[in-house]
Design a protein around this ligand. Structure first.
Ligand code: SAH
Length: 350
């Protein structure tokens, strides 16, 4: 390994931080040898905190109706070919009941930004899940809302909120989103969520259009300072009905490299091996765990709507029942020496 690269890798492992330019340098000069060095160190620190456990979250995709028009996303409002749906509160609650029986202790409700899901409706669903399953955590991933709304949902019992920052660079943000969306508001949401007391997840797509090592270095520096409890990163995968349909997908190699770097920056962070990673490579999620991830999010949505929550092309796990989806992931984790944990899987704060 080149001397400067080796020196930066050692410092990242020892001190959990680098300068922005140094992150960019590492990304630009990465090699198989560097990736193995970082993955080994990442797995070691994760093992010291979490042992062999991989945490699991049951993902309920509650609707694909969305007022936003994110250029990369298959459920953007301009996509006239998207077959829209929304689950009823009863359907959502029965997904959670089924998930509980299967061993899930965290439920993630994710969906498009849909005015139907008012604070009142969402709060009712959140508090009913918590009433039925008090030993579970509820995570929301419903996009940008007002601070008051986040507070109301927190008061109703929501424990965690996932809102990927998408990119820490405002210029890059504006190239991925329509003019009416703003990086400033995304950041405002993340700060509000943290201040209210949620466990907060940020994150970004790897290989999104116009992204270079400079933007990625901004993302890493942002994660270093924001200190999220969770961080969702997965490859960008083009969707055929979006303006980015011809753009190349992000790679397994760079995603795994960044998973290791993020684990080293923030050893206790909850880091999923995402469905998008499983989509671009048959063993993508296993390889993500071996690079430093420690969360998987199998699908609990009713099979009838699964193929409709199509953020990107060729999304996996749209055919199976929830039990099959969990069983398949448990088997995949066992094949690499890890076990799915049956508990809420909160972040360990040291
Ligand atoms: N409406 C919610 C949930 C969004 S979907 C919100 O705004 O947070 C969850 C994540 O899927 C997004 O944050 C985005 O990073 C990712 N995503 C969307 N389109 C994608 C694509 N084409 N490839 C990979 N990931 C994508």
């Amino acid at each position: 390994m080149e001397k400067r690269v080796a020196e930066l890798a050692d410092r990242l492992v020892a001190e959990h931080c680098l300068e922005k330019e140094e992150y960019a340098f590492l990304i630009d000069h990465r090699s198989e040898a560097l990736a193995s060095r970082l993955a080994e160190a990442a797995v070691k620190v994760r093992r010291e905190i979490y042992g062999n456990a991989v945490f699991t979250r049951g993902l309920i995709e509650i609707g694909n109706i969305c007022k936003n028009d994110c250029i990369y996303c298959g459920i953007r409002r301009s996509n006239g070919n998207c077959d829209r749906y929304r689950l009823t509160p009863e359907q959502i609650l029965s997904c959670a009941d089924e998930g509980y029986e299967l061993g899930f202790r965290t439920f993630v409700m994710q969906g498009g930004e849909d005015a139907y899901f008012t604070d009142e409706r969402l709060s009712g669903i959140v508090s009913e899940i918590k009433r039925r399953h008090p030993d579970c955590a509820v995570t929301l991933s419903m996009g940008e809302r007002s601070r008051e709304s986040y507070q109301t949902l927190f008061d109703a019992g929501a424990d965690r909120y996932l809102l990927r920052h998408e990119t820490a660079d405002p210029v890059h943000y504006h190239r991925l989103h329509p003019p009416e969306m703003s990086w400033e508001n995304r950041m405002r949401c993340l700060r509000d969520l943290q201040e209210i007391g949620y466990q907060v997840g940020c994150g970004f797509m790897v290989g999104s259009p116009y992204q270079t090592s400079r933007e990625l270095a901004e993302d890493l520096a942002f994660i270093e300072s924001f200190r999220p409890d969770m961080c969702g990163i997965g490859p960008f995968v083009p969707h055929h009905d979006t303006p980015f349909s011809d753009q190349p997908a992000g790679t397994l190699e760079l995603t795994c490299f960044l998973l290791s770097v993020i684990r080293l920056i923030h050893p206790a962070v909850l880091l999923p091996a995402t469905t998008a990673l499983g989509t671009i490579h048959p063993r993508g999620r296993e390889l993500g765990i071996l690079a430093g991830a420690n969360v998987v999010m199998p699908n609990l949505s009713p099979t009838a709507v699964r193929n409709k929550y199509e953020l990107y092309d060729n999304k996996i796990c749209t055919g199976e029942e929830s039990a099959q989806c969990r069983g398949c992931l448990a088997q995949r984790m066992r094949s690499i020496g890890y076990e799915l944990a049956v508990d809420r899987g909160d972040i360990r704060r040291s």
